[in-house]
Write a protein that binds this ligand. Structure first.
Ligand code: FDM
Length: 206
């Protein structure tokens, strides 16, 4: 029986990384095989270039950097499929939806063009979209250090997530409660998805 492929998405500093890790810990504690994965994976070949770009150490054309983010996912595509097929569930911090929502928030970038490089990647069984208020998250420590941490840009990113939302496998998560409350609300949804995934084929994007 295959594992589930679950993605957490949202704007910067909305708490999704904390929740991803807490869910992985919780699942492991109940004996469920699962792994945490995050995009961009800055340890990969493409990830190092992406890291320098995000830290504003290098400049790259928007389309080139978009394709690097996508290539970063393709680098891990065989691993994702093999883990899922062997029964390990993946809890993934950002995926193709961030790729499209962030690039298409840039001036002159078309959402449909942004989707093209993602065609054929495995489609998650569930996307948890973390709702958060940009005016609240922008108060958090370290805000502004990375390239995209700007209020207006993040608002545009949130609008783009709404355009990508597919109610058949997306759920919006209210991320403003305490860390513990958010985790408790997530648990039943995650367990239900793990159960359903067992009898469903892994689909592809889009
Ligand atoms: N980001 C992330 C993109 O622009 N495209 C992508 O494909 C992905 C996965 O990179 F601002 C952006 C989103 C965020 C930044 O992400 C780094 P983390 O989660 O803060 O490391």
């Amino acid at each position: 029986m295959r594992g589930a492929f679950i993605v957490f998405e949202g704007g910067d500093r909305c708490g999704k990384t904390t929740q991803c890790k807490r869910i992985v810990e919780y699942l492991k504690s109940t004996g469920i095989a699962c792994e945490y994965m995050n995009f961009p994976d800055r340890s990969l070949t493409t990830g190092k270039i992406i890291n320098d770009y995000l830290l504003k150490k290098t400049e790259l054309p928007d389309r080139a950097v978009h394709l690097l983010f996508s290539a970063n996912r393709w680098e891990l595509e065989p691993k994702i499929r093999s883990l899922i097929n062997r029964g390990t569930s993946l809890i993934v911090d950002r995926y193709s939806y961030s790729g499209v929502a962030f690039t298409s928030a840039k001036e002159g970038m078309d959402l449909e063009w942004c989707k093209l490089a993602e065609i054929g990647l495995p489609r998650p069984d569930l996307v948890c979209l973390f709702k958060s208020r940009v005016d609240v998250v922008s108060q958090r420590n370290g805000w502004g250090e990375e390239r995209y941490e700007k209020t207006d840009f993040q608002k545009k990113v949130c609008e783009n997530f709404q355009l990508l939302k597919d109610p058949s496998y997306w759920q919006e998560i209210d991320a403003v409660g305490s860390i513990e409350e958010v985790t408790e609300n997530l648990k039943p949804l995650i367990l239900e998805t793990l159960e359903k995934a067992k009898s469903r084929k892994l689909e592809n994007l889009w």
